[in-house]
Design a protein around this ligand. Structure first.
Ligand SMILES: [Mn+2]
Length: 330
């Protein structure tokens, strides 16, 4: 088998100015991997700029800010300042599908430069000039680390910090099943290169606003266990947002809390919007119930274990309708 790193390294070595992008709603892996790549290319005296398709998430903004990574923000409007002629290579990291790159395909149409994909996801399309896909890798950051190593780019504290963010977030701080022995070995190497892991842990996991925790406490107070304790239902009312000064993004991950209960198979979170509009219903399943199928009967959708739907009406009415249907399924 040919070495998949070789064509990527050869193509990169011929480039001078690289445009780097990643999937929409970038996570820690997307941002850490792109940052590490920019820093690595700088060491080769190459220019690199990052195009993000969504705003830089606040939670991870520190990595770009602290490491001096400038980015263009396509969510703020396709950047007129960013002219494609400037670049001689496109590098896409942490995705290989157009659906994760909204707007990009149209924007780069007819742009005749090599296009590289470095990714660890199973779902792939065949539009890249060369692809480096390792689905065993816990994070795209693992592949970027190997790429930089093979290119003899020395690890400094900045590159190591970016790569550590990528790997730590995609493995849930080394807890998920994608964590391999070589993941831990790489993490050790990155620590030796100067990553402040204590600081990063605090930035990632001990950095919430009090408003969010207050909102979550109220939501948890609302939790009911139904259907032989197999169904958990929580509600967030408009009044909860007002009382805690929290907002809709603060409900993120809240729906996973009831899944900690052994008997719970399905968790439902109903959110009353702050402005007039339909009730948002989020659904999570441990696997026995296909919540995507359930959501479809209400015009919603998603994945088997994570889905959502929207229903117009008053919160208690919507709750009763959804809960009655779910108890039938259970
Ligand atoms: Mn990833």
């Amino acid at each position: 088998m040919t070495d998949p790193y070789q064509p990527i390294l050869e193509t990169l070595a011929k480039a001078k100015r690289v445009l780097i992008t990643t999937h929409v709603r970038p996570d820690g892996d997307a941002l850490g991997s792109t940052a590490a790549m920019v820093l690595g290319l700088r060491k080769k005296n190459m220019e690199a700029e990052v195009l993000l398709l969504s705003h830089l998430p606040k939670k991870y903004a520190f990595v770009y800010r602290d490491l001096g990574i400038f980015h263009h923000d396509a969510e703020a409007g396709w950047p007129a300042s960013l002219s494609l002629e400037k670049f001689d290579l496109l590098l896409v990291i942490d995705t290989g599908t157009w659906s994760q790159l909204p707007g990009l395909r149209e924007w780069i149409e007819g742009w005749d430069v090599p296009k590289l994909v470095v990714d660890h996801h199973l779902t792939q399309e065949n539009w890249a000039s060369h692809k480096l896909v390792d689905t065993q890798a816990a994070a795209a950051g693992e592949i970027v680390a190997e790429l930089l190593k093979r290119w003899n780019i020395p690890l400094d504290a900045s590159i190591a910090t970016a790569l550590f963010l990528a790997i730590a977030t995609d493995t849930g701080w080394f807890q998920f099943s994608n964590t391999r022995p070589c993941t831990m070995r790489l993490a050790a190497t990155l620590m030796e290169a100067g990553v402040d892991t204590d600081k990063m842990y605090q930035l990632l996991y001990q950095n919430e606003r009090a408003e969010r925790i207050a909102l979550q406490a109220r939501a948890m107070q609302s939790m009911e266990l139904l259907g032989d304790n197999r169904l958990a239902v929580m509600m967030v009312r408009k009044a909860d947002f007002e009382a805690t000064r929290a907002s809709v993004p603060d409900t993120e991950a809240l729906i996973n809390v009831p899944l900690q209960i052994a008997t719970v198979e399905v968790s439902i979170l109903l959110t009353e919007p702050m402005e007039p509009g339909p009730i948002r219903v989020s659904l999570r399943s441990k696997g026995k119930i296909d919540v995507a199928k359930f959501a479809e009967q209400f015009g919603g959708g998603g994945h088997a274990r994570a889905a959502g739907l929207k229903v117009a009406g008053e919160l208690p009415t919507v709750r009763d309708r959804v809960v009655t249907e779910m108890i039938k399924v259970l």
